[in-house]
Design a protein around this ligand. Structure first.
Ligand SMILES: Nc1ncnc2c1ncn2[C@@H]1O[C@H](COP(=O)(O)OP(=O)(O)O)[C@@H](O)[C@H]1O
Ligand SMILES: [Mg+2]
Length: 462
């Protein structure tokens, strides 16, 4: 069965508010409270606090958080570390990777496919960069530690980000941190934490129950002759912070247990449904294709004809299909460059055009003026710039009454844009190169979307 993580991100644009301390110690407390619950942690910052705290001596872990972002299966990167907490090693390559992370739902997708179970805690850098945004959107719960007014003011950026994207802000919660218990005020808000909480609620921010005090003991946990970082759970017994963390972890555990499907699972279900939808749309597009190459009716030998190398579709969706390379190139040459109808297969002009046509898009549009029907043949670059245009009168037959043959363009347009005999619909035909090895790939979701965009661009130019 596929497993999904419940994701908690600790985030704030301010440094030194206690994010890393909170992320690491929360992991340890959660694991202590629920031995059977997998708890995993990783950091999107470039310090190695997590590694220093959780790596087991001689462990020599392979893979790191950069590998996750490059697409490696998440569960394979998790190493069981100290205190039973799983960790994905940190990486110095994140700055580099950040450049290539374009979307903000990448982490959501990676975590939904990661196979990581239980609770996953993400520690972030004190900035709202694209990696932090990715973590925020992937989270079931975001905890924003605030220690003073400036850090509270700063939260606005996270809330605004969610507003801008139209996301539900109920996952965002604030917790007063590094609260100095010695500070007392006159008036309704007696102390530091009540004041911060009141300001937060006033701004419409949700606050977690509880807070974390400032404690010299906690501050000293990362300064010792051994160069270690000690956990609050084992090394700060008897302090307020010790029990505050216990309370916080209990609340979070309860929330986790009551939570419905985590975002990662919902996203995975959506991905699967989306796959299914894409497959169905592809099948529908396949079923609409006209059989064979309607230029030659499949008469050309497939080797000489070069296989299906072009795709055509009417702008109103009324007809679509593939054309063979040789037929289509010869046909286009005839109408764009007035080349002889029957060129030898090794004619240099034909060979050159067959090559060049793969970098072009063509459009054919029937037009009627003074009772006469003509066809405009256009050649565009792949990005929709007009290269050339030719207009031909459209007649049903070539030759004279003794030796007449049906005109190729007339037949082609009648079959694709014909409404009633002799009448064409008000539409045009787009001809687009297709991959001869796998012509149907042009009907894959992303390729087909691109084709429709080109169609739209061309339509504006005609
Ligand atoms: N409850 C606390 N009491 C006192 N010092 C703390 C407490 N929590 C964290 N610190 C100290 O504050 C500093 C910043 O904490 P850190 O967790 O690294 O913040 P951030 O990740 O937000 O930059 C560290 O020196 C840490 O030891
Ligand atoms: Mg930090």
């Amino acid at each position: 069965m596929q497993r999904y993580p419940y994701v908690i991100t600790i985030s704030s644009e301010k440094g030194g508010v206690g994010k890393t301390t909170l992320a690491t110690n929360l992991a340890i407390y959660l694991k202590a409270l629920a031995e059977d619950l997998p708890v995993t942690i990783f950091s999107l910052d470039n310090h190695f606090t997590i590694d220093k705290m959780f790596a087991i001596k001689g462990q020599n872990p392979s893979g790191d958080i950069a590998d996750l972002l490059r697409g490696a299966p998440g569960a394979d990167l998790v190493h069981t570390g100290q205190y039973g907490v799983g960790y994905i090693p940190s990486s110095l390559a994140l700055d580099e990777i950040r450049e290539s992370v374009k979307g903000s739902m990448i982490m959501t997708r990676l975590l939904s496919l990661s196979g990581i179970a239980g609770i996953l805690i993400i520690d972030t850098r004190p900035e709202l960069n694209i990696l932090t945004q990715n973590a925020l959107y992937a989270s079931d719960r975001v905890i924003i530690p605030v220690k003073d007014m400036p850090s509270l003011e700063n939260c606005r950026n996270i809330f605004d980000l969610f507003d801008k994207r139209g996301l539900d802000k109920k996952s965002l919660t604030i917790i007063p941190c590094l609260v100095d218990a010695r500070i007392k005020y006159h008036g309704p808000f007696k102390d530091h934490k009540s004041l911060l909480r009141a300001f937060a609620i006033n701004r419409g921010y949700r606050c977690l129950d509880g807070y974390i005090s400032k404690s010299p003991k906690v501050e000293s946990l990362n300064t010792n002759p051994e160069g270690k970082i000690y956990p609050i759970l084992t090394h700060a017994r008897g302090t307020d912070v010790y029990s505050q963390y216990a309370r916080l972890a209990k609340n979070i555990l309860e929330e986790y247990r009551l939570a419905e499907d985590p975002r990662a699972k919902l996203y995975h279900q959506w991905l699967l449904a989306e796959e299914e939808r894409k497959k169905e749309s592809f099948e529908v597009r396949l079923s609409r294709l006209k059989k064979g190459c309607i230029l030659c009716d499949g008469q050309g030998s497939r080797e000489v004809a070069g296989g299906f190398s072009f795709y055509y579709e009417a702008s109103d969706g009324g007809a679509c299909g593939f054309l063979e390379d040789r037929c289509c190139s010869g046909f286009l040459l005839e109408y764009l460059y007035d080349a002889r109808k029957q060129l030898e297969d090794d004619d240099p002009l034909l060979l050159m055009f067959r090559e060049a046509a793969r970098e072009s898009v063509f459009a054919m549009r029937p037009v009627t003026a003074n009772g006469e029907t003509a066809v405009e043949v256009h050649r565009f670059t792949m990005d929709g710039n007009l290269v050339m245009k030719k207009t031909h009168t459209l007649k049903e037959f070539d030759g004279n009454s003794f030796a007449r043959s049906r005109n190729g363009m007339y037949s082609f347009l009648s079959e694709t844009l014909g409404e009633t005999p002799g009448r064409m619909r008000d539409a045009f035909l787009l001809i687009h190169p297709a991959n001869p090895q796998k012509p149907e790939s042009i009907l894959f979701e992303e390729n087909y979307k691109r084709l429709l965009r080109t169609m739209q661009q061309v339509s504006q130019l005609l």
